[in-house]
Design a protein around this ligand. Structure first.
Ligand SMILES: *Cc1c(COP(=O)(O)O)cnc(C)c1O
Length: 351
């Protein structure tokens, strides 16, 4: 018996457009004006692959990366060059201290307890201010009371809750953040995520932290023109069949043929993050030809109408319509859920 490992090609893959990723970062950097532009790469760079995203954005000039936890920091530490910084947004637990103290990455301190814990080390950190989202962060009242001289603070930051909407909360958070900066200062201040960048110069401070829009998400009209699609899910046809009028498709028979037509069964499903919200509403594409999803999305399978491309057969590839704003409208899922959910059954390849 040969011990050679036989390659089994994946039946679904993510095509990732490296030029679009870099173009999106550059567009956000332009919109950020004088502020420097970092990159949120938590959750494995929103599912694309953190190491590859860091490599590409670092070459383009990005010097600040934001991960959620220390496992994610460790993933990319070997890929960052001198002068590139990593911030760990979820802060530092007692269980993280041993790794964190020897890491290149710095914690974003989110509570007074974390400040006490980290202060002992004398190492650099960032500070998260709660300016009204009430998720992580130190309250303004606590900021005013504490003596910040003992801490080596790089970025003082806060996070916008509703930057994708035109609501008074944006200005309220901006004002709260501004007033806290009188009591604590770091080397730099930062407030804006992707959508926040589009709110204008007052929101930019010294550095911005886009995530979603790097990967093709557009949550405000100002971003529509500049931001390009990066992630293209592709899958293979497993089987083609001919429906007769009255034939039903899939679980609970949510599609019934009103004419005779061919369909294809695809090797992808809700276990791949293509959730049931796409049932009877999603689209696949073959070139410009639209191939609508028929009936319910299954765990590992999807049926599509191939009336428009009846030459398709077993092992041919089709591409999901996955422009994030459009796919979000079709499925009812957020643009964030649409890319972070894509999972591990895909092979990922960069073009
Ligand atoms: C995720 C995150 C970002 C990036 O947000 P997007 O909306 O994806 O641009 C920025 N800052 C913090 C604190 C985050 O958690």
């Amino acid at each position: 018996m040969s011990d050679k490992v036989i390659d089994i090609p994946a039946t679904a893959r993510l095509r990732l457009d490296g030029e679009a990723l870099v173009a999106n970062w550059r567009a956000l950097d332009d919109m950020s004006g004088a502020a420097s532009t970092g990159a949120a790469i938590k959750a494995n760079a929103y599912g694309l692959g953190a190491v590859e995203v860091v490599r590409r954005l670092q070459s383009a000039g990005c010097r600040d990366f934001y991960v959620a936890n220390w496992q994610e920091a460790r993933e990319i530490e070997a890929s960052v060059e001198e002068g590139t910084r990593i911030s760990v947004l979820n802060g530092v637990r007692p269980d993280d201290m041993q790794y964190a103290m020897g890491s290149l990455a710095k914690p974003v301190l989110n509570s007074v307890e974390q400040v006490y814990r980290w202060q002992e080390t004398g190492l650099p950190c960032d500070l998260m201010i709660n300016s009204g989202m009430n998720r992580l962060g130190i309250n303004p009242a606590d900021i005013e009371q504490y003596d910040w001289n003992g801490l080596d603070i790089d970025i003082v930051m806060s996070h916008l809750a509703s930057a994708d909407e035109d609501v008074p909360q944006n200005a309220d958070q901006l004002n709260q953040f501004d007033s806290v900066l009188q009591y604590v200062s770091g080397k730099r201040a930062s407030l804006s995520n992707s959508a926040g960048i589009a709110l204008g110069q007052a929101y930019h401070f010294d550095c911005t932290r886009p995530g979603l829009s790097l990967y093709g998400g557009k949550q405000r009209p100002e971003l529509s023109a500049a931001i390009k699609q990066v992630v293209f899910p592709e899958t293979q046809i497993l089987q083609v069949r001919e429906l007769q009028v009255g034939d039903k498709v899939g679980y609970n028979a949510k599609y019934t043929a009103e004419r005779d037509h061919p369909i294809a069964i695809l090797a992808m499903g809700y276990a791949d993050g293509y959730l049931r919200g796409f049932s009877n509403t999603g689209l696949f594409l073959r070139g410009q030809t639209k191939l609508p999803v028929l009936g319910r999305v299954s765990m590992d399978l999807i049926a599509i109408d191939i009336s428009g491309a009846s030459d398709l057969g077993e092992s041919d590839w089709v591409t999901a319509q996955y422009d994030l704003p459009t796919a979000s409208r079709q499925s009812g899922l957020s643009q964030y859920e649409l890319i972070t959910g894509l999972g591990n059954r895909y092979s990922r390849y960069w073009v």
